[in-house]
Design a protein around this ligand. Structure first.
Ligand SMILES: O=P(O)(O)O[C@H]1O[C@H](CO)[C@@H](O)[C@H]1O
Ligand SMILES: O=c1cc[nH]c(=O)[nH]1
Length: 235
């Protein structure tokens, strides 16, 4: 076991889906996986392992924000030998044409988090990128499943509520949406040479002010879940 994950060696698959919401982890395990066992309840940050199309897959809640995700991603890699992590998250659209339910593949994650400076110092602006292999696979799987996706930059904000970020300028520079974890995930992937990707569903649009309710965020975004699982099981 690790500090925050009460699993034994071998309980967790080499590929893990990582939603922020532990109830989304439960929903994915109960609705998509076969032969499911629950390996973690510590802090109610649920973790499950099962099979999808015959391949072992785990799904683990990460909590909200880079600090919480970093704990789970690091322990999954260092203590349980995880090789691929796919975040399945929600995001706020910054482009007016994005509708609730649209699926995004994060190619890179800009951020206002201090985690990059804490790692590299002031002189370097590290660019946190998704794994090219996982990104290509997800793009290909999306075509096979007939799930439309947009690929590009997203913004991983340190705060859900803030008045300082210029969303309009981010959108002008092509940043599709805002969420709170991907830059930390991609940084950890780079550090430990582990493949990482974020597949996101637009849960609200900051321009049009449309939004999904909490139940929808927990259960409704099944295109993202099917796409992440299809990507995960390709070895
Ligand atoms: O739906 P999840 O995966 O939690 O992701 C988004 O939702 C949370 C904010 O409501 C943040 O964690 C943000 O990144
Ligand atoms: O971090 C997030 C997630 C969803 N929607 C937002 O506006 N922000």
């Amino acid at each position: 076991m690790s500090t925050h994950i009460d699993a034994k060696q071998g309980d967790i698959a080499e590929v893990v889906l990582l939603p922020g919401d532990p109830l989304r982890a439960k929903f994915i395990a109960e609705n998509f996986l076969a032969n499911v066992t629950q390996y973690n309840t510590v802090r109610n940050m649920f973790g499950y392992t099962g099979t999808y199309q015959g391949v072992r897959v785990s799904v683990q809640g990460s909590g909200m924000g880079i600090p919480s995700l970093s704990i789970y991603a690091t322990e999954l890699i260092q203590d349980f030998g995880v090789k691929k992590i796919i975040r399945v998250g929600t995001a706020g659209g910054l482009l007016p044409e994005l509708e609730i339910g649209d699926v995004l593949l994060a190619e890179g994650a800009s951020t206002d988090s201090n985690v990059l400076q804490a790692t590299f110092g002031q002189a370097i602006s590290f660019a946190p990128l998704a794994s090219f292999e996982l990104l290509c696979q997800a793009h290909q799987s999306a075509k096979q499943l007939d799930i439309p996706v947009r690929v590009g930059n997203i913004f991983a904000a340190d705060r859900f509520y803030n008045d300082e970020i210029d969303n309009h300028k981010l959108a002008q520079y092509g940043v599709m949406a805002v969420e709170m974890e991907s830059a930390g995930l991609f940084l950890i992937g780079a550090k430990y040479h582990v493949q990482t990707l974020s597949i996101l569903t637009v849960s609200d649009n900051l321009v049009t002010q449309k939004y999904a309710d909490a139940k929808m965020r927990e259960t409704a975004f099944q295109d993202m879940m099917r796409l992440a699982l299809a990507t995960a099981v390709v070895v």
